[in-house]
Design a protein around this ligand. Structure first.
Ligand SMILES: Nc1ncnc2c1ncn2[C@@H]1O[C@H](COP(=O)(O)OP(=O)(O)OP(=O)(O)O)[C@@H](O)[C@H]1O
Ligand SMILES: [Mg+2]
Length: 226
């Protein structure tokens, strides 16, 4: 049975409007897919994490402490998805890769958040993909692929349908010195995937049919990095 890691942006899990309906539909899709594919989901922090990091920083907390708060937020987001998955997933988000692998012995779907300060959930999902021998990593986010530049700032940016890991690294690495929190996939994660030669699919997570195609390895709309 193939293994796939899904990096689920906090941007997808934490939204204002009636999100329970979306999360329920996402959970049903994942349960359905898990009969043929072992899926590990790593949830991001989104607005919840950014709130704690911003306010904590204003209160003078160290970067390490802020990261710890951010990680708690990613685990809270993991619990929201777990709430929808019920018995199909682990109950408590594993706190490290070993526990994630152990959890996979009991359930076909494993959901976790961050692991350690200084490591984004993009990097966590990349390390996990390497560790579990995933055939691909799917990054579900609020943008429908990797663009030539941030499409929110650069309206003329165009989507790149296929690219190599090196091209992705050039794109995200070039930006990393002014490390915005809003990066389609981080440089550390991209370099882990490049080294391990694990393909990355970047898709808009709001389109569940398309997300499903990316997870199962069918043609999809988005960016394929390999
Ligand atoms: N080259 C690029 N191509 C596509 N999107 C980009 C690019 N550069 C920056 N972005 C921005 O990245 C954003 C997505 O990343 P963001 O970190 O906000 O969400 P996420 O990773 O899904 O969730 P989170 O980090 O909150 O868990 C998009 O809204 C887009 O504006
Ligand atoms: Mg992000």
């Amino acid at each position: 049975m193939d293994t796939v890691v899904l990096s689920l942006g906090g941007s997808i899990l934490v939204r204002e409007e009636d999100n329970a309906r979306y999360i329920q539909a996402l959970a049903e899709m994942l349960i359905n897919v898990s009969s043929a594919i072992r899926v590990f989901v790593v949830t991001g922090g989104g607005r919840i994490a950014r709130y704690y990091i911003r306010e904590g920083r204003a209160l003078g907390a160290s970067e390490d402490f802020l990261d710890e708060m951010g990680i708690e937020a990613t685990r809270l987001n993991a619990r929201l998805l777990i709430a929808a998955l019920g018995d199909h997933a682990n109950r408590i988000p594993p706190k490290n890769y070993e526990d994630a692998v152990l959890a996979a012995e009991r359930s076909k779907l494993v959901v976790m958040g961050g692991v350690a300060p200084g490591i984004t959930t993009d990097a966590v999902s990349s390390i996990l993909a390497d560790r579990v021998g995933a055939v691909r990593l799917v990054n579900a986010t609020v943008v429908d692929g990797v663009y030539t530049a941030d499409p929110e700032k650069e309206p003329s940016a165009t989507r790149i349908d296929r690219m190599t890991h090196e091209e992705l690294l050039d794109l995200v690495g070039a930006d990393s010195h002014r490390a915005g929190p809003n990066m389609v996939f981080d440089a550390a994660g991209a370099s882990i995937l490049a080294r391990a030669k694990i393909p990355l699919m970047v898709v808009d997570g709001r389109d569940l049919e398309n997300l499903r195609s990316a997870i199962v390895g069918k043609p999809f709309v988005g960016t394929a990095v390999s």
